[in-house]
Design a protein around this ligand. Sequence first.
Ligand SMILES: [Fe+2]
Ligand SMILES: [Fe+2]
Length: 484
Amino acid sequence: MFTDIFLRFFPEQGKMIKKHVLGLSARLLFFIIPVISGSLIISGSVTGLYADRGVKKVMVRLIEYKAEDLIRHSSSQWNLLLENNLQNDPAYMESFENSIRSYSLTMLQEEGEWILAVDEDNSIVFSVGSSASDDSILESAGENAPGETGDIWIDGNFGGESRLGYGFFLPALGWTVYITELRQTFYADLYFIRWNYIIMVLLTAIISSFFIYYYIHRSLSPLKTVISDMQNIVQNRNFGKRVIPVQNDEVGELAREFNLMSDYLDRAMTRLKNIARSEIEMRIEIRNRERETLEVLSKVSDHKDPETARHTSRVGMYASLLSELRGDSTEESDLMRWSVPLHDIGKVGIPDAILLKNGALNKTERLTMEKHVIIGNEVLKDSASPILRAGADIAISHHERWDGSGYPGGLKGRDIPVRGRITGIVDVFDALTTARPYKEAWSLKRAVEYIRERSGTEFDPELVELLFANLERVEAILIEYGDE
Ligand SMILES: [Fe+2]
Ligand SMILES: [Fe+2]
């Protein structure tokens, strides 16, 4: 959703970000590793907290146990004195006190432990395991005295040091005994365990991250191979090629589905190619038939004409050449090739008496003869074929003259359609250069001269010059398609 909003406002930047967006493996890593590490740390911390509390409890219990042990020892000793009625014997009492001191000494296990006994006057009876000054000891002991009412748990400044411990009253001697330990020593094991634990959790997180990375990378590598194969196929449009399913899992399934799709596309493309090929073949066939029909039509117009059979084909070729020379498109010059031969098709509507008359036509006959341009146009103009419609234009305009003295419209200069202007030139040129019942074939030179003389009056001067500037090509057509 955020991406959509961002893309709407910043489409360009959005595309750039999308392009550089994290890959699937990176996204999995960024998701899984924090989740695993977080879970490890949370579960570890909770377990660690309980372990911490457990260890602390054990250690407190240990101090209490020492206190109980000392109480038990002194009680048994004191009971022994009472049984033998020696409680008032100073020598036995001294030895009793000494035994408690020595017993206390044996209880010291680690550096920082301290057992202190003070009498009812708050004077030190004995102090084992510490070198704290008397003043600070007494002050602390006074502040922490449990009295006869009960025991006391010490946590804080004791003898000028931060200590934890237990204070209790020994009624037999009227002593208060303190068994304490330096806070630092007391917590040393706990700290050790705690640090060890933190290191273990971090190491586990790092090692598991590494394995997760390795596993994801390995799991995704077949996918990358499949994607790369797919890209190759799509880029080269080579749908005949197949992606090799590396594994028999979802990735393999993807590859197989892609192959099925490629198969389908391959078949569809082959089918399309075949259709396109037959379409082209069909078009060629239609075009060939159309041309054949046009040839037949042209021959019909030639049939009664004194002009020779090849006249219509040649004028088509000359016109096509001139169209090409003036820079028309291939389509246009091709159109000229097939439409110009139809220029005199209207002659089929002219009575034979006039069409085949030997000698000059009178005015009425000439006017009737001139109607062939109108008839030709009428016959062709409504055709669906572009060639026939072009033939209609040519039929009506091929007897117009550059100076406006032609027929039927008396059009002048560029008002005459260019197809008509072209046909006007090549029609006369071909009539001159080939033999007719009433004349010999003129030489090329003579024909060129004849047309040049009428350039600018009868013919478009630019087209005349363009044609004669390429006389060798004109001659090539004449030689190849000339009458036998
Ligand atoms: Fe004509
Ligand atoms: Fe002609």
